[in-house]
Design a protein around this ligand. Structure first.
Ligand code: PLP
Length: 303
């Protein structure tokens, strides 16, 4: 919807973070526009400012910055570049509810921010999501597009555009609003778990996803790079056999079969991160010491 109200059309280029869930690229592709994959930092896993600046062309019409796994580190630098080139910035904040940079909450930074409320997210309404914007013109266009292209004039419906039924239902909204009350405390408790894992796993050669100064990270997904001598997939299987559920970090979009076949432009850092990152469990009353011991046992066997 954000791309549509920005009037992104076939042939336009949209620069996107490469380390993400495929939805980030799919929305561009769906309009016939061209996703331009920008590589990410091996520290924060987020779009590199130089990558963005080097990939801007006369065809660039928008930028989608992804808060990788919920971490918005670096978005203010990306925003400054977008302002310099007069490009609208969309934040794929699917994972970032409750995060902030420099005390500005995600949802209040970019021109348009898209949140997901899928069950895996910190705040869920079952499915669905929300877009936030401080731009009144964008808000008006979204309202029309999400409501079958309708406006109400003198109490009467008029259909001034074609549109969709993409409204959030009231039942979903009630669920979401209730969860907002506990969001900050959930973020705090996830950071406590993250800090404990970092202290232990760093000794084993794991590298955490870095958070830059002045960023509050909601720890939507607790992701580490595994030590170089470790095969990530083998570790995931080993932990599964020990009844610990883990998964990969996320995907390199340019390396997925569809986008590789179509654009053949694999991004190096991002595809390395796809291969060597692991998402660990993160919930209250987690037995961190037990998990640490199992991982530690695995590593001493491999070494
Ligand atoms: C970064 C990112 N963008 C977009 C999505 C898609 O969200 P939804 O399933 O709510 O459309 C996800 C889902 O996990 C995601 O992680």
């Amino acid at each position: 919807m954000s791309l549509k109200i920005l009037d992104i059309k076939a042939g336009d280029e949209v620069i996107i973070s490469d380390f993400s869930f495929p939805a980030t690229a799919n929305v561009v592709e769906d309009l016939g526009a061209i996703p331009i994959f920008a590589d990410v930092s091996l520290e924060t896993f987020n779009m590199l400012p130089d990558e963005l600046e080097n990939k801007i062309t006369t065809k660039t019409k928008a930028v989608i910055f992804v808060d990788a796994l919920g971490n918005p580190s670096g978005i203010l630098k990306i925003k400054a570049i977008c302002e310099k080139y007069n490009l609208p910035l969309i934040e794929d904040g699917a994972c970032a509810i409750g995060s902030s940079e420099n005390t500005i909450k995600c949802g209040n930074i970019a021109d348009l921010t898209c949140f997901s409320f899928h069950p895996r997210k910190l705040l869920t309404t079952g499915e669905g999501g929300a877009i936030t914007t401080n731009n009144e013109e964008y808000a008006k266009l979204l309202e029309i597009k999400l409501n079958h292209g309708s406006v109400v004039n003198d109490g009467k419906f008029d259909f001034i555009d074609y549109g969709y039924n993409y409204r959030m239902s009231e039942l979903q909204a009630v669920m979401g609003i209730k969860q907002l009350e506990k969001l900050d405390s959930i973020v705090k408790s996830r950071n406590t778990i993250r800090d404990m894992f970092i202290v232990q796993l760093e000794q084993l050669g794991f590298k955490e996803q870095k958070v830059t100064k002045d960023v509050v990270y909601n720890v939507q997904s607790l992701v580490f790079q595994v030590p170089s001598e470790i095969n990530r997939d083998d570790l995931v299987s080993y932990l599964k056999n020990n009844k610990i559920e883990t998964t990969i970090g996320t995907y390199s979009l340019s390396a997925t079969t569809y986008y590789k076949n179509k654009y053949n432009n694999i991004q190096k850092n991002s595809s390395n991160l796809e291969k060597n990152t692991i998402t660990l469990p993160c919930y209250e009353n987690l037995e961190i010491n037990k998990i640490y011991k199992i991982i530690s046992g695995y590593i001493s066997n491999v070494k």
